[in-house]
Design a protein around this ligand. Structure first.
Ligand code: FE2
Ligand code: FE2
Length: 164
């Protein structure tokens, strides 16, 4: 439980903690998802995003330090659930092609969750005048959006057709 939140600043801090937990859970899950991908482009894409995710964590830590805010100690339950579903997917019996399509579906759910979280946090930061934090959050948001776009292109132009 958090202390009583009285201002948007308090809510901003809570959102940062949630993102921090989400990213830390994800950084452990992504290599397992990459290992499961059979298509080279998909595997490399997930691996690249695992690297980016380490930067996302570093940026949140930089913001936490600048704001004198402890980010650890909270668990993002939504990401727990999304990762649990991803694991469930990977345990299914499926052809390589269908598994790749399913991995993209799971990954895009995760990306959309992150896009929502970073969009909100970046907007709060701007409104609250935390200019540096806003810039860092926007940078991460862009990487999440680009990852989602790449996954979308891969699915629509290539992977889904193979899974038919
Ligand atoms: Fe991220
Ligand atoms: Fe992400």
């Amino acid at each position: 439980m958090f202390d009583k939140m009285k201002t948007l600043d308090d809510l901003f801090g809570m959102q940062l903690k949630d993102l921090y937990s989400a990213e830390n859970q994800l950084v452990k899950a992504l290599p397992k998802m990459a290992a499961e991908a059979k298509d080279n482009r998909l595997r490399e894409g997930i691996e690249r995003h695992a690297g980016e995710t380490q930067n996302h964590i570093a940026r949140l830590e930089q913001i936490g330090k600048a704001m004198d805010l402890k980010l650890s100690g909270h668990t993002c339950k939504a990401m727990e659930g999304l990762i649990a579903e991803g694991k469930e997917t990977m345990s299914e019996n499926a052809t390589d092609e269908v598994m790749d399509a399913a991995l993209i579906a799971a990954s895009q759910r995760i990306e959309h969750y992150e896009i929502s979280g970073y969009g909100t946090a970046a907007h709060y930061a701007e409104r609250l005048g935390h200019t540096e934090a806003a810039g860092l959050l926007r940078q991460t948001l862009q990487e999440e959006q680009l990852t989602d776009t790449k996954l979308n292109d891969l699915a629509k132009n290539y992977i889904n057709q193979k899974a038919m």
